[in-house]
Design a protein around this ligand. Structure first.
Ligand SMILES: *Cc1c(COP(=O)(O)O)cnc(C)c1O
Length: 359
């Protein structure tokens, strides 16, 4: 029996996607082989990667002056790839420290240039998005980095910083495809696929064309955006199966009505859980107000013992991976696109019952 998996990533995939992948596992179309076994240089595979790029462009309304790159190395490799390719003017970059991933991006970039933390919410365990003051921004920065949705702490930017001509770079690993975004506001959007796009192993980079082609001389070939852009993400073997699954996920999103529809369903799912948490005597959400993530919802009981009991009993009830990140404790429900509303309803019903028995 399939469980409801609240993992932060790798995370659930839509059942329809898994079923279709299963039906095409032994033979994709009339090719007599699995996608996994195909040469990435074959015309069959070229058709797959081309169609996936076209679908992503359509679903996200990506403007023509942006390249879509299918890479490996995870979002974490982008922490180095971005400075190596973009820190080519003043050698400076600005960062908003909203959690562990944002801080890692800042620390890695600091190895290559002069990085400034323009704001941080570390004082309150990253439970809010700090107010930004434009006067603190570095006017000649090569880029300005944010982590759009903070997977561990459960916060999300609701308003983008006005960075003027400085390219805004966003780590969207845990929110990409969950709602419409105006891609033209960004210089670079990047995401590890394993939260909301597909299996681990694929990293998607959406980059404005004029930001490509200025990598530092020391940049490893595999870390140079130009190499991947010039070769259609086929400089070396791309993560072929992950790209194919992303295509199935995009088909599924289109069938559901696209990103507008996804955003509505996601808002409904999140409201169900937040409303319960706000009225609960036992559980409380660790993030308040407007900065709440729709994807990752951390909560606590206030007692480590009860938290552990909850996690263990939830697992027995088929609600798995609900333990919070080790840096926050408590619980975290990650409810990406593929989590059906029934999963959130079952979680809330289970929490009500647990509260009645333990409060
Ligand atoms: C999961 C995650 C990462 C790390 O991704 P990897 O693909 O494991 O490198 C980075 N940033 C955010 C926001 C994440 O959620």
């Amino acid at each position: 029996m399939r469980v409801f998996n609240f993992s932060a990533g790798p995370a659930m995939l839509p059942e329809e996607v898994l079923k279709r992948a299963a039906s095409e596992m032994l033979e994709y179309g009339e090719t007599g082989q699995s996608v996994m076994e195909m040469s990435h240089r074959s015309k069959e595979y070229q058709a797959i990667i081309d169609s996936v790029e076209a679908k992503l462009r359509k679903v996200m309304s990506i403007p023509d002056n942006y390249k879509v790159l299918f890479l490996q190395g995870g979002a974490s490799s982008q922490f180095a790839m971005i400075p190596l390719n973009l820190m080519n003017g003043s050698g400076k970059a600005d960062f908003v420290l909203t959690g562990q991933w944002a801080t890692k991006a800042y620390q890695e970039a600091s190895r290559y240039g002069e990085c400034k933390a323009v704001a941080s919410s570390k004082d309150k365990t990253f439970s809010y998005i700090p107010k930004l003051n434009k006067a603190d921004f570095t006017p000649d920065a090569d880029y300005f980095h944010i982590c759009y949705n903070n997977t561990i702490y459960g916060t999300k930017f609701t308003e983008l910083p006005d960075t003027g001509n400085v390219p805004l770079v966003a780590d969207m690993s845990s929110s990409i495809l969950s709602e419409p975004v105006d891609v033209s506001r960004f210089g670079v959007i990047y995401a590890g696929a394993q939260k909301n796009m597909g299996p681990a192993g694929l990293t998607v980079v959406i980059i404005r064309e004029d930001l490509i082609g200025h990598a530092r001389d020391i940049t490893p070939t595999m870390f140079n955006y130009q190499i991947h852009a010039d070769n259609g993400s086929m400089y070396n073997t791309p993560p072929t199966y992950g790209i194919y699954i992303l295509g199935l996920v995009l088909d599924w999103i289109e069938q559901k009505g696209g990103l507008e529809a996804m955003a509505k369903i996601n808002a409904k799912k999140a409201a169900l859980l937040y409303d319960f948490l706000d009225g609960s005597k036992l559980f409380k959400a660790t993030v308040k107000g407007a900065d709440r993530s729709m994807m990752n919802i951390p909560f606590v009981t206030g007692s480590d013992e009860l938290d552990a009991k909850f996690v263990s009993e939830a697992k027995k009830a088929g609600l798995i991976n609900i333990k919070g990140h080790r840096s926050v404790g408590g619980m975290r429900a990650s409810i990406y696109n593929a989590m059906p509303i029934e999963g959130v309803e079952k979680l809330v019903a289970f929490m009500k019952q647990f509260e009645a028995e333990n409060a």
